[in-house]
Design a protein around this ligand. Structure first.
Ligand SMILES: C[S@@+](CC[C@H](N)C(=O)[O-])C[C@H]1O[C@@H](n2cnc3c(N)ncnc32)[C@H](O)[C@@H]1O
Length: 208
């Protein structure tokens, strides 16, 4: 929590005001399947929730960092935020049509990833949809830093990252019906790294 609080206090809108490519693709899928109300765990300062709420979806975000939520309040006032950990979900008793989560699942260690996905499953309506984007094993930083668990490395101090193969991602979603998986390249420009790309893996799945 301290890591993220400091990042948002120092960096503000770290990843800019444009949504992730993964959010643009998720929005296409959500429209195709007629979704109305979505939950966004680990929503940050709202660069992706803004895309969804501007497209007239009802959006609720969950975010651990108070500073990120403070930025979101002016940047994306249409989204309602709960402050807290995704591991403490649910924060309401709503069953959602869909869940979108970008670059959050890979920050958790194995037991917490399973707990988080179980909580997401429980917050979906029957036949609700989940779209998750995560770091893949094709990322440049894969294998760098201290090894914490299988395919999990502390590439930055205090921030373990799990790198997903396609098989591993599908295994994480075995309680769901997997509709599709793939790779999306996301461009960013921040901090010491300057312009760079992330090779993200996504999964689109349905609650059974
Ligand atoms: C890499 S950032 C991605 C933010 C946002 N999804 C985006 O794409 O702009 C990860 C986000 O997850 C939040 N986060 C990390 N661990 C969390 C947890 N356990 N519960 C809720 N949010 C968490 C961080 O504060 C940060 O906003």
């Amino acid at each position: 929590m301290e890591y993220w609080e400091k990042r948002f206090l120092d960096g503000g809108k770290i990843w800019g005001t444009e949504p992730s490519q993964t959010a643009k693709y998720a929005l296409e899928l959500f429209k195709k399947h007629g979704l109305h109300k979505i939950l966004v765990p680990g929503a940050g300062y709202g660069r992706n929730t803004k895309l969804f709420s501007d497209s007239n979806l009802g959006v609720v975000g969950i975010e651990i960092s108070e500073s990120a939520i403070n930025i979101a309040r002016s940047f994306n006032p249409k989204t309602q935020f709960f402050q807290g950990s995704v591991l403490d979900m649910p924060f309401d008793d709503v069953k959602y049509d869909g869940i979108y989560s970008c670059n959050v699942l890979h920050l958790l260690l194995k037991d917490d990833r399973i707990l988080f996905l179980k909580k997401c499953y429980n917050q979906l309506k029957l036949n609700g949809f989940a779209f998750f984007a995560v770091f893949s094993d094709k990322e440049k930083s894969f294998g760098k830093g201290k090894r914490i668990e299988e395919n999990t490395y502390e590439s930055k101090p205090w921030r373990p990252t799990h790198y997903f193969t396609e098989f591993d991602l599908k295994e994480h979603f075995k309680e769901f019906t997997v509709i599709e998986t793939g790779i999306i390249e996301d461009h960013e420009n921040h901090g010491d790294l300057g312009p760079h790309s992330h090779i993200l893996r996504y999964i689109f799945a349905k609650k059974k």
